[in-house]
Ligand binder design. Structure first.
Ligand code: B3K
Ligand code: ZN
Length: 875
């Protein structure tokens, strides 16, 4: 594939007004008739060639203004159809293509999932249906007619509102026509046909009282597992009206759950297609995390209706325009539905565990990249999660009202358009009379900025000077970085734990409790303090940066006990734990008992602190993950040493808190009926965190953990107990695995959890177990969820075994990538990105990882997806 560059952007020669599709479905030979109305754009010279994109299409008919085109008038290339000299003025091209949905294993374009016909067009899948201007800046009005055998596909769906449906007389076929009045790019096209069950409801809009029909389509038998998704959808619709003034615009909103899907879900206009993992739930099959995931993804896709569909992207470089913004919106929604503090901690955890390593490794790229070879590889944590952080910083800088004014202007000014990041930023500048040119560097410069902080207290003048220096490491293609605008929310905490006042501050702009850094260095002086405060910086993680302050243990312990910002309390505990864990991982045996005791006391206190909700306490109790410790070490990483240090600290904490944890475990037992709400989920999370500690000291045959498994009445309890038993090679592990398999053998989505538990077990036997499991009836290389559950979980979630010192983990994943690439390049490329931190490993493992990567990079016949990741990983 060729490199695409942002600077080369040009509008198309022709615009498209309408697209009339007639799709005659058949499993191996589907006929697509596309009638497309073109007109030259202003400035297009008469006769300019029309070049459309295509991929794996068979062209069976071509007419222009109703007359067949003769072979010398057009040219069919490998991925193109060119009409050499179109007529002057508007014209209609009618293209007939034939495609094979059954053979479509890439799951892009039109394919079949358990017999259901469905489509996935983002980013470049529509060109696998017909020849088209398959790019986001060409907006058209679509009418879609679908025809199929009634018995195969009683349900026929497409974007927009239903217009007409009926039988085709004298045949066993029927049809339906859908019309979407909102102009949209081809990546938002969708069509679904199959034998599906439907759960329906209605929603009345708050703003104009319109009634909207809501439907969720699932495989027969799953109807009872849609209640939570439907409820989440209605809450999302309401929230977007209340918080952003955005009302739904069609008569009907549909969600279809399919079992074969490359990612989480897709925001096609009026017809969202979902990975069934993000729709189906009941207490027996879904964990609390699954419920939260469903709520978040349903909201995310729904919110795209405005941020993505009504206003779309000019080109794929602007992907964060819709993704970063929509992630920000779904995060805010979940914060309002649940606990804001807990949600913030969870989001920052995700950012630090997924985005920071990306930003610090060979795959680093700006939130708005400037070049790509394969756009599928840019649906990354950087575009999504860091993109959301940029929007959050805008809100921090402009305030609640200034932010809303900018958003209102954006919706107003760009509705119906394909916009850019510049357009977006301009709305906030215009609505606030602000200059955001420096701020916009967040979109252009890759890498995680670091803040180095030093404090100087002057007892005589009772003033505090805080020196803050920002820097950013080079990233591929960007050696020097200009300073960022960084909002640092802060507080100065007095001896009694309350935030202190000051009389004057100088050295940087301050807006309320936010310091705005713009220069490489700032010295900020606070005068008129009554005594030396403890500083609490970057409250709520107000910017996606690494904070290196010179806080000693006493200051961190003080913050952990007193900070009024719950995020920074959590952060203080994490920092203390991280200091210990890093030292333990570098020098086994270096951990001083008194330091561990200090951490254990803090954690014990937090566990029992009735001032905090249980969900927050659960977060405070959790030690940084092995991968977090690896990231913080940064070089010469030995995953076995990290795991050993983490285990030692866990065991010590468990020993220290044994009594109070045992009491808490009993006290938190749920007696009432199961509820997935945040409160009940928080209690379960705390109880399960405590159980995890206790399992370390309960000995081999853990009666408590096995008992927990046996008496579980919901999936959160069952799965955690299963994991604890298996990951400790407990005597009860096999019983629990067998029981789980017997219970859920028929439910592949639930069996994914069973696969993941085994794939993430931290033992040398795990790799052989995974090989055996690839032959298990529940596993299939054709299904992305299965691959992610078994092999993806191993590569990304089993630090010691993926990084085995003999390199067998690397080789297994590399082999899987190579064979999977022929079937599904997107999933293969994603799996390969597990190697992204290979350079941080100690020399022995590093050499083995590099060899495995090189073997992939040098294999012939790779997809552009895998070739791109392999090449960039080695750069
Ligand atoms: N927009 C889709 C992602 C499509 C990925 C294509 N490779 C889901 C989402 O972000 O909502
Ligand atoms: Zn999205």
């Amino acid at each position: 594939a060729q490199t695409v560059r942002l600077e080369d952007y040009r509008p198309t020669a022709y615009a498209i007004g309408t697209v009339d599709l007639d799709i005659r479905l058949a499993p191996k030979a589907t006929r697509v008739n596309a009638k497309i109305a073109f007109s030259p754009r202003e400035g297009t010279a008469p006769g300019t060639a029309l070049e459309l994109a295509g991929d794996e299409l068979k062209l069976v008919g071509l007419t222009l203004n109703g007359a067949p085109l003769s072979p010398e008038d057009y040219e069919v290339g490998e991925d193109t159809l060119t009409i050499k000299t179109p007529p002057e003025g508007p014209f209609v091209l009618e293209i007939v293509t034939e495609i094979d949905p059954d053979a479509n294993s890439k799951l892009m374009g039109l394919y079949r999932s358990s017999g259901t016909y469905c489509t996935q067009c983002e980013a470049e899948g529509f060109r696998r249906i017909t020849y088209f201007y398959d790019r986001p800046d060409v907006l058209a009005v679509y009418t879609t007619r679908i025809e199929a055998r009634k018995s195969d596909a009683p349900i026929l769906l497409a974007n927009g509102n239903p217009v007409e449906a009926g039988d085709i007389e004298g045949t066993d076929r029927h049809y339906a026509v859908w019309h979407d009045p909102f102009p949209k790019p081809s990546y938002l096209f969708a069509m679904v046909a199959g034998d599906l069950a439907c759960v329906s409801d209605t929603y009345r809009t708050l703003l104009s009282g319109r009634e909207v029909e809501l439907r969720i389509y699932v495989e027969h038998g799953n109807e009872t597992r849609c209640d939570y998704a439907m409820d989440a959808l209605k809450r999302s619709m309401r929230w977007d009206e209340e918080v952003f003034g955005r009302e739904y615009d069609l008569d009907i909103f549909m969600i279809v759950a399919v079992s074969d899907f490359n990612m989480g879900a897709m925001e096609n206009k009026g017809l969202n297609v979902f990975n069934d993992k993000y729709v189906l739930a009941n207490p027996e099959t879904a964990t609390d995390q699954d419920y939260a995931g469903i709520e978040g993804v349903i909201a995310h896709e729904y919110f795209h209706n405005w941020t993505g569909d009504r206003i779309t992207c000019r080109d794929w470089f602007q992907l964060c325009l819709k993704e970063g913004l929509t992630v920000f919106r779904d995060q805010e929604f979940s914060s309002d539905m649940r606990s804001r503090a807990v949600k913030r901690i969870a989001d920052v955890r995700l950012l630090q565990s997924h985005q920071f390593p990306e930003d610090g490794g060979p795959l680093a790229h700006p939130v708005r990249p400037t070049l790509y070879r394969q756009i599928n590889n840019f649906y990354t944590a950087t575009v999504y999660e860091k993109g959301a952080e940029i929007v959050r910083m805008l809100k921090t800088l402009l305030g609640v009202e200034g932010f809303r004014a900018g958003m209102d202007l954006y919706f107003d000014r760009h509705d119906g358009e394909a916009a850019t990041i510049e357009d977006f930023i301009k709305c906030f500048e215009d609505a606030n009379e602000a200059d955001l040119s420096q701020f916009a560097r967040w979109y252009a410069q890759a890498g995680t900025p670091a803040l180095k902080v030093a404090e100087h207290w002057d007892e005589a003048s009772k003033s505090l000077r805080i020196d803050i220096e920002q820097s950013c490491q080079p990233t591929p293609g960007q050696t020097t970085k200009l300073p960022f605008t960084i909002p640092v929310r802060f507080g100065l905490i007095g001896p009694n734990g309350a935030d202190m006042e000051w009389t004057s501050a100088s050295g940087a702009e301050l807006r309320d409790d936010v310091i705005i850094l713009t220069d490489p260095r700032h010295s900020i002086t606070f005068e008129g303090l009554s005594s030396r405060p403890v500083t609490s910086l970057l409250r709520g993680f107000s910017a996606p940066v690494r904070l290196a302050d010179d806080k000693d243990r006493d200051a961190l312990v003080f913050l952990a006990r007193h900070d009024s910002d719950p995020f920074n309390r959590w952060h203080a505990v994490q920092s203390l734990a991280m200091q210990l864990l890093k030292r333990g991982a570098r020098t086994p045996g270096a951990l001083a008992t008194d330091e561990i005791q200090e951490l254990a006391s803090l954690i014990g206190e937090a566990a029992g602190d009735g001032n905090f909700e249980p969900a927050l306490r659960a977060q405070l109790l959790q030690l940084p993950a092995e991968s977090d410790i690896a990231r913080e070490l940064g070089t010469d990483v030995d995953p076995d040493a990290i795991a050993a240090a983490r285990k030692a600290v866990q065991v010590a904490i468990a020993g220290h808190c044994a009594e109070s944890f045992a009491i808490l475990y009993e006290a938190l037992a749920d007696t009432g009926p199961y509820s997935p709400d945040a409160e009940a989920a928080g209690r379960r999370a705390l109880r399960l965190t405590v159980l995890e500690y206790l399992a370390w000291i309960d000995g081999e045959a853990s009666v408590r953990t096995l008992g927990h498994y046996r008496t579980a009445n919901n999936m959160s309890d069952r799965l955690t107990a299963l994991r604890l038993l298996v990951h400790r090679a407990d005597a009860g592990a096999q019983e629990a695995l067998d029981d789980f398999e017997a219970r859920f053998a028929k439910d592949a989505l639930v069996m994914d959890k069973w696969l993941t538990v085994q794939a993430t077990a931290p033992f040398p036997e795990t790799l052989a177990r995974i090989r055996t499991l690839t032959a298990h009836p529940t596993f299939s290389y054709a299904n992305p969820n299965r691959i992610r559950a078994l092999i993806g979980a191993f590569a990304a979630g089993n630090q010691t075994q993926f990084n085995r010192p003999d390199g067998a983990g690397f080789d297994f994943v590399a082999d899987t990538v190579l064979s999977l690439d022929k079937r599904n390049p997107q999933v293969a490329a994603r799996l390969l990105s597990a190697f992204r931190s290979w350079r941080a490993l100690e020399p022995g493992r590093r050499a083995l990882a590099e060899a495995a990567l090189r073997r992939v990079a040098e294999a012939g016949g790779l997809s552009s997806d895998v070739q791109d990741i392999a090449t960039r990983s080695l750069q």
